[in-house]
Ligand binder design. Structure first.
Ligand SMILES: CC(=O)[C@@H](O)[C@H](O)C[C@H](N)C(=O)O
Ligand SMILES: O=CC(=O)COP(=O)(O)O
Length: 266
């Protein structure tokens, strides 16, 4: 049976017209119950009302996601590590494609640290995940970071290598870090035919967040998988609305902040 139809139907559930505003909340494993994740139900309700296309969590949180996601997409993340463990870069498997489907996911995601000591194992696991997901027509979001000893995590050449690796092993969408400006990030986007989305990193000001998203879209990327800048915000719905204005309506930073009721001077 041709699973392409399943793949494209599921990609549409986690995006809008090929643009992605994903809010990952897998950080409960990485960081613990930080701001925004304790009452994850109200965060999910706010960000999906604000214009998120999809939310992303580990499989165990699925029962808290479905009643609050307002019909938006759902991605299950399948590896993790903690900041208090022996090595944060050593992400270990936490689930399978079958687990994700069992809890009602539209897609799966997997984190690889390209350049770390764990890259070889993570690359094999990602390639296997892509093969398994393809059997079911399930999209794979590869969170492909440049991380490891001596690696500059914002170096456009390293990021270009990371996103290209994701395409080569069969992912459908790739997330990586932002290089810091639209010109250099354009080289990252050009390195692959996959839709590229950025991670937000640790929370900045509202203006920094929205300008980073503007630069990302100007570089030709497809959107964001932005966690802490959104779920740690005192008003997750408003900051999602601002980010959505840039991604889905091509707004500039001032317009996006105004439309969301956030101060433009921030
Ligand atoms: C907490 C972080 O530093 C993030 O960049 C994570 O590495 C990315 C991911 N969302 C995770 O928590 O594993
Ligand atoms: O899963 C994590 C991400 O996709 C990015 O999270 P961040 O908090 O925006 O870096």
């Amino acid at each position: 049976m041709n699973t392409d139809i399943g793949l494209s139907a599921r990609l549409e559930r986690i995006s809008t017209d090929g643009r992605y505003l994903i809010v990952p909340m897998d950080h409960g494993i990485t960081l613990g119950p930080v701001t925004g994740l304790v009452d994850i139900e109200s965060t999910i309700d706010g960000i999906t009302r604000g214009g998120a296309d999809a939310v992303l969590t580990h499989k165990g949180t699925a029962p808290r996601v479905h009643p609050n996601k307002n019909g938006k997409g759902y991605i299950v993340h399948v590896n993790g590590s903690t900041v208090i463990g022996p090595d944060e870069n050593d992400k270990r498997l936490t689930g399978t494609v079958e687990d994700a489907l069992r809890v009602g996911a539209d897609a799966v995601s997997f984190h690889i640290n390209v350049g770390s000591n764990y890259e070889p194992d993570q690359m094999t696991q990602l390639a296997d995940l892509c093969s398994r997901a393809a059997d079911f027509g399930v999209p794979v979001l590869a969170m492909s970071y440049a991380r490891g000893p001596g690696i500059d995590e914002q170096d456009p050449e390293a990021l270009a290598h990371a996103v290209r690796l994701a395409e080569e092993v069969g992912a459908d969408v790739v997330k990586t870090a932002y290089s810091g400006d639209a010109d250099s990030f354009g080289r990252v986007v050009e390195a692959t035919r996959l839709p590229v989305v950025i991670a937000g990193g640790s929370r900045g000001t509202d203006r920094e967040t929205v300008e980073m998203v503007r630069g990302t879209m100007d570089a030709g990327a497809a959107g964001v998988s932005m966690g802490r800048s959104i779920f740690q915000h005192e008003n997750p719905e408003a900051i999602t609305r601002a980010v959505s204005a840039v991604i889905h309506d091509d707004a500039d930073a001032d317009t996006a902040l105004e439309r969301a009721g956030l101060g433009i001077e921030a």
